[in-house]
Design a protein around this ligand. Structure first.
Ligand code: PMP
Length: 435
């Protein structure tokens, strides 16, 4: 404070506090934003139909809930081993080897962490560095087939990676080809991200297709890109509708040691809020990688709650019937939403064969104006107007692909058939009002 010309004048000093560049350049998650907005609207009494949330509308199966309650009653409420208790890691390793066919995997190749998000975060932190030279062109590269889930790219960039998008098309069932992969690999390539079944496209790669991609990785690893790895997010492996069986690329023995397989109980067992996920490696390097991630976990979250692991074990071993009931419900909803959207003017949609999303192309409507007078130049405008004017929450496609995302919206069909019917009616009414 200082006095000037007899009056008191308050002088503010410039704030010296600041946020890190890392955080300032990070975009918030668009899926989480839509989910929160829809929840807030609902809480304020608006009849909003939420197609934004990527989580099952079912309850966690009884055996899992019971196991957690019993574990708490046994006072299993203290810190546990940093990568997760031995019993659960043994079980995950056994399933990976027996069910997924991943070779050379033991409990020492598994880390259990707080959701698949954290498993991916730790993986990227353990694989990528800032370039030693400080030069942008020397950044290690993550090859990312797009459209892809919104958090892969931001998490990889946080770890120092440059994200190289590999575009896919609806005509090509949103899949990359071996030739496309081969062309994209450079000496800077550090990892390829795979996500089959995929969020947001609900597409899946066949075993033959994955083996062909693995052959390219194997060749690159022996030649142009010796450090190359595959990060395979298989979170939706149990939510598949029959036309393509799930296959783990880490089961291809030539590249097993180069593959991190990531999974968790959140989607298959309706356990998103338990925040559990795991990453696993194979062979000698797999053990080193999981060891590095364990070090990171030890300096960040320490461990996950032990009683939640009791729930995870029960889900994996005792909730087969519930899993099948939910899978069948998702399969029926996939048929329903696919056939209903087929009747909506100017909307093109691919048939979902796994996971619980559709990623319709709404580009025929870009350039129009909504009944409420909103200009629709991109998916973000489309989604914004749909929410404001018809109380229907969908995620705009922009953050799923820098190049083509603006032409798409993502709808999750983890909701009742009644909601799907109502939602498609609202979408039709919205589109009928576009001029
Ligand atoms: N990977 C994919 C492909 C996802 O769709 C999601 C959730 N939407 C996650 C990871 C994050 O999963 P979790 O909730 O277990 O962190």
């Amino acid at each position: 404070m200082c006095k000037s010309e007899g009056r008191v004048r308050i002088v503010y000093s410039l704030p010296t506090m600041r946020l890190s560049q890392r955080v300032l350049s990070l975009k918030p998650s668009s899926t989480v934003a839509v989910m929160n907005k829809a929840k807030a609207l609902k809480a304020s009494g608006v009849d909003v139909l939420n197609f934004g949330a990527g989580e099952p509308d079912f309850n966690t199966p009884e055996p899992a809930k019971r196991a957690a309650i019993e574990s708490i009653t046994r006072n299993e409420t203290k810190y546990i081993d940093t990568p997760g208790d031995v019993q659960t890691r043994d079980l995950i390793a056994k399933l990976l080897s027996e069910r997924n066919g991943v070779p050379n995997v033991s409990k020492d190749h598994v880390i259990i962490t707080a959701g698949v998000k954290m498993a991916l975060y730790l993986t990227f932190q353990a694989l990528f560095d800032e370039p030693k030279s400080g030069r942008e062109e020397d950044r290690a590269e993550l090859l990312l087939p797009v459209p892809s889930w919104v958090s892969f790219a931001p998490m990889a960039r946080l770890a120092g990676a440059r994200v190289v998008e590999l575009p896919t098309t609806p005509e090509g069932q949103f899949k990359i080809t071996p030739e496309q992969l081969e062309r994209a690999i450079t000496p800077r390539t550090r990892a390829l991200l795979m996500n089959s079944p995929s969020n947001p496209c609900s597409t899946m790669y066949t075993e033959a297709e994955l083996r062909a991609l693995a052959a390219v990785i194997d060749r690159a690893g022996k030649g142009v890109a010796p450090e190359i790895m595959v990060v395979s997010d298989e979170l939706y492996q149990s939510i598949v509708f029959g036309s393509v069986p799930h296959f783990s690329i880490g089961a291809v023995k030539e590249i097993a040691e180069r593959t991190v397989t990531i999974n968790g109980p959140g989607k298959a067992f309706a356990m998103t809020g338990w925040r559990l996920g795991w990453a696993s490696g194979s062979g000698e390097f797999g053990k080193q990688l999981i060891g590095a991630m364990t070090k990171l976990q030890g300096q960040s979250i320490t461990c996950v709650p032990g009683f939640s692991l009791a729930a995870a074990r029960a889900a994996l071993t005792e909730a087969g019937a519930e899993l099948e009931t939910m899978r069948k419900a998702f399969a029926a909803r996939a048929e329903l939403i696919y056939s209903l959207l087929g009747g909506v003017a100017g909307v093109k949609v691919a048939k979902p064969i796994g996971a619980f999303y559709v990623f319709p192309d709404i580009s025929a409507h870009l350039g129009k104006t909504s009944a409420g007078g909103r200009k629709i130049n991109a998916a973000a405008d489309f989604a914004g107007a749909l929410l404001e004017e018809h109380q229907m929450a969908v995620v705009p496609g922009e953050d799923f692909s820098e190049s083509t995302g603006h032409k798409h919206i993502r709808m999750s069909f983890a909701c009742s058939e009644e909601q799907i019917r109502k939602g498609v009616d609202r979408l039709k009414a919205f589109i009928a009002g576009l001029k």
